[in-house]
Write a protein that binds this ligand. Sequence first.
Ligand code: FE2
Ligand code: FE2
Length: 199
Amino acid sequence: MNSTDRMQYQIRLANILVKAGKNKRYYHSLQVAQMAEDMAKRFGLDADKAYLSGLLHDIARSLPTNQLFYLAGLAQIPIKEIYWGNPALMHAPVGAYLLQRDFGIEDQEILASVRNHTLGAPQMSGLDKIIYLADMLEPGRKWQGIEVLRELADRDLDIAMKEALLQSIDWLKEKGKRLDSQTLEAYEYFCKLVAKKDI
Ligand SMILES: [Fe+2]
Ligand SMILES: [Fe+2]
């Protein structure tokens, strides 16, 4: 993907987000794209795919709840119980659907990384991990302990994912929010993986 292609995707995204008054989300998307590209280069993964997934991961984030449910219906996305209480989480699978439908993106790795960026999943691909982590750690993000996780993400994606998922689970518990079984399964998966690495 050359710089003209990149710019075209940026313009399309800006048309959607900036027009909707979501300048901050557009800026966040650019930051995630940049960080995902840097991480891909560090870990020997496809930097263009990482950039594109990062840029477009929140394509459905600004849609109202009724649109999310409508599009989920069209895309035959199973409505998990957690979506009723927190419909915004659907922006991940709905985003993957829109990228395929409206942007003509057929790359399954890209679509999966967008689909998995809110709940996580067991056996995440390298690209899935990068997008999940870049979304959480891009330079605009600020929360206590972020530096520790950024350092981990520089060194080992699996260890960083284990800690990132734990961070998400703790945050949900603290806020009294529901935890989806997929997130817990993802956390258990990375716990086992990391434990094996230590042997
Ligand atoms: Fe998102
Ligand atoms: Fe995001």
